[in-house]
Design a protein around this ligand. Structure first.
Ligand code: ATP
Ligand code: ZN
Length: 302
């Protein structure tokens, strides 16, 4: 715990991140953004040969798509929705009165058609489905988005708004499983080049509530999620910097995505936590990028 707070404070003190007064919501310095951009480019250097289609969404998505995705069933505690004032003059006067009195002013806020993106790949599945049946070779996408998760924390690696770079594969079970196996290998090579200590382990998502316990066990037993973990805040609880997720036919069924031979498509994604990797680099190599190991500097800055 103590170590955690001090890492965050060190990042503040050295001007790498800026406090906003909210745990998990930080300003980024130019140096931090440069490290993120260089790492992002390194990911592209590893994945570029696959010729994934680049798609970028804003950090919010269609609420109807979000509702259909099943996110609220599994992770209601993490979701962030966008609400706006939808009242008239009278309502506005009431709002201003509440605000002046220091009372709750949010009573007239109504849900808009927009929610915050919880993972970079969520807005993609309806786009894939809209295009119709997959080609025989399936599909491959390159995504990056700010994502929101309501999980305030003083661990600098657990933010409420952070960026996720992803590759997403849709196709037959064989195609999708091969994609994930490839990235498990590439991910290790990539992090090795950055001279960060790591190990890969089976993992589970933070499914909510009592029903969630069974889903966590099921996900682990079937080996559907792996994480590449780097000790950042502590060695006992290393941080997931990369995730390798096999969704089986979950999104294919939800969105009606079909393979060329008429079966329900399977999907998988590999996710890179851009802030997490950057913070791991600052934690292990120091807050001054000029004094990082020369091999690491060469990999990132050429
Ligand atoms: P955790 O188990 O630590 O909550 P996760 O493995 O469930 O994370 P994913 O849902 O797989 O996370 O998200 C993909 C990637 O996004 C993760 O590998 C991680 O690097 C990054 N990530 C997830 N949550 C956060 C967060 N709160 N702050 C910063 N990065 C995050
Ligand atoms: Zn994903």
């Amino acid at each position: 715990m103590k170590e955690t707070t001090s890492l965050l404070n060190r990042l503040f003190d050295s001007g790498i991140l800026f406090s906003t007064g909210i745990d998990g919501l930080y300003g980024r310095s130019g140096v931090f953004e440069d490290v993120i951009a260089r790492f992002d480019a390194l990911v592209t250097a590893f994945g570029g040969e696959d010729k994934a289609e680049v798609v970028r969404f804003p950090p919010a998505m269609n609420r109807a798509h979000f509702e259909r995705s099943g996110y609220l069933k599994s992770f209601p505690q993490l979701a962030g929705t966008v609400h706006s004032f939808c009242g008239d003059d009278h309502g506005h006067a009431q709002l201003m009165e509440c605000l002046a009195a220091g009372e709750d002013w949010t009573g007239q806020q109504k849900a808009t058609d927009v929610v915050l993106t919880p993972a970079a790949c969520y807005p993609l599945y309806p786009l894939i489905a809209n295009r119709g049946v997959l080609k025989p070779e399936g599909a491959l996408f390159d995504l990056q988005s700010y994502c929101f998760r309501h999980e305030p924390s003083v661990e600098p690696t657990r933010m409420q708004l952070f960026r996720m770079r992803e590759y997403v594969r849709a196709g037959t079970p064989d195609q999708v499983v091969a994609f994930r196996a490839d990235w498990l290998e590439r991910g290790g090579k990539l992090i090795e080049m950055l001279e960060l200590p790591f190990h890969v382990d089976v993992a589970n998502d933070p499914f909510f509530g009592r029903a969630g316990r069974m889903m966590k066990n099921n996900q682990r037993d079937q080996g559907l999620k792996f994480e590449l973990l780097v000790p950042v805040n502590s060695t006992e609880a290393p941080t997931a910097c990369l995730s390798f997720n096999y969704h089986q036919d979950h999104f294919g069924r939800t969105w009606g995505i079909e393979t060329a031979d008429g079966a329900v498509a399977h999907t998988a994604c590999v996710g890179f936590g851009l802030e997490r990797v950057a913070i791991a680099l600052f934690r292990h190599h120091g807050t001054d990028v000029q004094s990082w190991p020369s091999a690491v500097r060469k990999v990132l800055w050429g």
